[in-house]
Design a protein around this ligand. Structure first.
Ligand code: BGC
Length: 476
């Protein structure tokens, strides 16, 4: 299934020069952009539910809040399972095949969901779509992280997060553009287009060179790298880095993950994944219409505000992509999280003093500010770090465990949010998320290493507890 570039297409070493370099740059960007289509599926499938839920509920007579909540929850549960299962597949069959299988899972789930006349099949299809979402959310960043040169890795991996935000914005525009009179089956089925593009696209792209080396297929890896890197030196370095790490430990079982040297990376990955969710982003992404109407907005003003919030998410992700490889992960992460705390405090104040007239505008600005701050920090950087921090021998499985923790935390937040509001009120809820974000910030400042520009091997050394860099040592 691997389609390494033919020798005649390779331009490394002897033919180095501007053209060759451009061609390699372009090949890496194309592979990243095509697989990042998985992010659109992630964003669209999680975002579209809020808008189409009323129509789905009337088709299937879902009258209780519990059944309505289940439409959201079952996809998130599927995502947690999908992330875990796909972790093994990605280490055994390869990153590229896993992405291909994921696209098939999406097509099956989406077709069933859009066409089913039966409620039972609707539930099953939601779970199947969730399996796809969970799988794509970890395997795409992992794949891009392994084909990208270190100096461009941050921006390229985060193209996936950009796709997530575009998928969310697209789902909002479609769901609310149809505003109750459209057919929910069409809205759900539209995701078939990116699913097919993902499957056909990845079939033409090369396998991850790191995974190939780990499988003992050094020649194939070299062939792939000839299409992606400018010089033979770069290729040799990359291959010997991977071989070094592979040699250190021959097996890569789950048992290795609880090995003392691996534990810090696993704890860091899981905690960051959970922090991304418990700081409240999806209370806004999934429940924004409710929140905005609470803020006193009418339905068309609500649509506009929603689009502003969705656009802030997209635009600020572009900003993050521009700066991740220049100023580094830590400054963006820390600065963005400070912004999230300010946004949540502003929301608490807005709801505290009452949101009428100008107050509603203030609340909308605060929402956009909070989401924008997330988009330069926890949004892209958590997925990036999950793709970067694990040693190759367990990278697939470890990334999938962290990703599963992300979806499990997402599920807990989604099902508890409305109850928390009825318990401590909207203001109290924002104060709670603000406090959680502040505590999380302390953890991030103390524990997250700077990975800008480092090879994945250097990242591994930095985290393994023996070779802390200055930032890490200072923070500890
Ligand atoms: C998170 C999602 C969230 C999205 C918002 C992603 O990084 O994992 O849970 O809905 O960002 O843009």
């Amino acid at each position: 299934m691997a389609t390494p570039l033919r020798k005649s297409e390779s331009t490394s070493g002897s033919t180095s020069g501007g053209d060759a370099s451009r061609k390699h740059r372009h090949a890496v960007t194309r592979a990243a952009a095509l697989t990042a289509v998985g992010g659109i599926l992630f964003g669209y499938d999680t975002g579209v539910v809020g808008g189409v839920l009323p129509n789905i509920s009337s088709t299937f007579d879902l009258n209780s809040p519990f059944l309505k909540g289940l439409v959201v929850a079952i996809l998130l549960a599927g995502a947690a399972v999908g992330a875990l299962v796909a972790g093994r597949i990605a280490d055994q069959l390869g990153r590229r095949r896993t992405i291909f299988i994921t696209s098939v899972v999406f097509v099956v789930g989406l077709l069933a969901s859009a066409l089913t006349p039966w409620l039972w099949l609707f539930w099953v299809s939601r779970f199947v779509i969730g399996l796809g979402v969970g799988s794509t959310s970890f395997v795409v960043p992992l794949y891009i992280g392994e084909i990208a040169p270190p100096a461009r890795r941050g921006g390229l991996v985060s193209m996936n997060q950009l796709s997530v935000t575009i998928g969310i914005l697209g789902s909002e525009l479609i769901a609310y553009g149809l505003a109750g009179h459209g057919d929910w089956r069409v809205s759900v089925g539209l995701a078939l287009a990116p699913a097919v593009v993902l499957g056909l696209g990845v079939a033409r792209e090369p396998e991850s060179p790191a995974w190939l080396v780990r499988q003992g297929r050094e020649d194939d890896a070299r062939e792939v790298l000839r299409g992606l890197r400018d010089t033979d030196d770069e290729i040799d370095d990359e291959i010997s880095n991977v071989k070094d790490t592979a040699r250190e430990e021959s097996k890569g079982s789950i048992g290795d993950l609880i090995d003392r040297r691996l534990r810090p990376a696993l704890v860091l990955g899981v905690v960051l994944a959970v922090i991304q969710q418990i700081t409240g982003i999806n209370t806004i992404i999934y429940f924004a219409p409710t929140v905005l109407q609470e803020a006193g907005l009418g339905s068309s003003a609500s649509l506009l505000a929603l689009v502003i919030v969705g656009a802030a998410n997209v635009i600020m992700t572009v900003v993050a992509i521009r700066f991740l490889d220049r100023i580094g992960r830590r400054p963006l992460l820390i600065g963005g999280m400070v912004g999230m705390v300010i946004g949540l405090a502003a929301l608490a104040i807005a709801f505290g003093i009452g949101v009428h007239g100008g107050g509603a505008v203030f609340a909308t600005v605060a929402l956009a500010f909070y989401v924008g701050a997330f988009a330069v920090s926890l949004g892209p950087i958590v997925w990036l770090l999950i793709a970067e921090i694990f040693p190759l021998r367990v990278r697939g499985q470890a990334a999938s465990i962290a990703t599963m923790a992300n979806w499990a935390a997402n599920l807990v937040v989604a099902v508890s949010y409305l109850s928390i509001i009825s318990w401590i009120g909207q203001t109290g809820t924002f104060v709670l998320y603000g406090a959680i974000t502040l505590l999380s910030l302390v953890y991030v400042v103390a524990k997250v290493p700077e990975t800008k520009g480092l090879s994945l091997k250097q990242v591994e050394q930095q985290i393994d507890g023996h070779k802390h860099d200055d930032a890490l040592a200072d923070a500890a």
